[in-house]
Design a protein around this ligand. Structure first.
Ligand SMILES: NC(=O)c1ccc[n+]([C@@H]2O[C@H](COP(=O)([O-])OP(=O)(O)OC[C@H]3O[C@@H](n4cnc5c(N)ncnc54)[C@H](O)[C@@H]3O)[C@@H](O)[C@H]2O)c1
Length: 251
């Protein structure tokens, strides 16, 4: 018996980085996975690769900053599979900038791809999750918990995501819906780009991680996302799970 036997999952940002690690971990536990990402070539290539191996995935080109694109993704998932069991709101685009230089464009990028996409997908999908007693996994960040310098536009979206996740946990617990947050550290394409731009800062961050390395998107983040998407986590909701090598201890 696999941990996600025949569950239907949507993973936003599933074409690359942590999202692709979760997609790979999910199909190995027998989930059918919708990869919702704006990167069409990468997303389709990952879907084809996994389908050729006998897994079941569907790539749906989705622009998270566009509400009608979100609705089209949800509608096509329901048309194809008839149900949704797990929503993984993983993707989030943002720029770093000193607080006084943050522009409306910076705020819009972070809020639209991070907060509003998460918010609207939860609104659109919760009625389906009521049918399946499904699970929501949203994404936070240690940088937001700490309020790191130059992360103002990112923090505003990330902490709002943690806030609505607790609201959803409280409002929909009675329907058997669980909503939790993963706050990860993992070596993704996004991190690789940031490392190239800030090599010293990268080394400093690694030294500050008790387990002394960035996590692996599939081997370290994947299993936690599997757990939170599975029935094994049915008595956990509204929580932020730090999957960050011990960087932050919440209490
Ligand atoms: N990687 C880390 O160490 C780390 C640390 C803290 C938090 N996080 C959070 O984890 C999540 C995943 O991070 P990551 O490092 O894998 O990111 P990433 O930048 O490597 O990948 C993000 C994915 O989102 C997709 N995407 C970007 N804009 C989109 C849009 N408008 N519509 C649809 N898809 C879009 C990209 O194509 C890409 O596949 C994010 O929420 C991030 O904030 C990551």
């Amino acid at each position: 018996m696999t941990k996600l036997n025949n569950k239907i999952a949507i993973v936003t940002g599933g074409a690359g980085g942590i999202g692709s690690g979760i997609v790979r971990a999910y199909v190995k536990e027998n989930a059918k996975v919708v990869i919702a990402d704006i990167a069409a070539e990468k997303g389709q290539a990952l879907s084809d690769e996994l389908n050729d191996q006998g897994y079941e995935t569907l790539f749906i080109k989705t622009d998270l900053s566009n509400k009608s694109s979100l609705k089209a993704c949800v509608d096509r998932t329901i048309e194809t599979y008839g149900q949704i069991d797990v929503l993984v709101n993983n993707a989030h685009a943002s720029r770093m900038s000193p607080f006084l230089d943050i522009t409306e464009d910076d705020l819009n990028l972070s809020l639209n791809t991070g907060f509003f996409a998460t918010f609207y997908l939860c609104q659109m999908i919760i009625p389906h999750l009521k049918e399946t007693k499904g699970n929501i996994i949203n994404f936070g960040s240690g940088a937001a918990v700490k309020g790191d310098k130059n992360q103002g536009s990112y923090v505003v979206a990330k902490e709002a995501i943690r806030g609505i996740t607790r609201v959803i946990a409280n409002e929909f617990g009675e329907f058997g819906i669980n909503a939790n947050i993963i706050s990860p550290i993992a070596y993704s394409e996004g991190v690789d780009q940031w490392r190239q731009d800030n090599p010293e800062y990268y080394n400093q961050v690694v030294k500050g991680i008790p387990l002394q390395k960035f996590g692996d998107v599939e081997k370290d983040i994947g299993p936690v996302a599997v757990f939170l998407g599975s029935d094994a986590s049915q008595y956990i909701t509204g929580q932020t799970i730090m999957v960050d090598g011990g960087s932050i201890k919440l209490y």
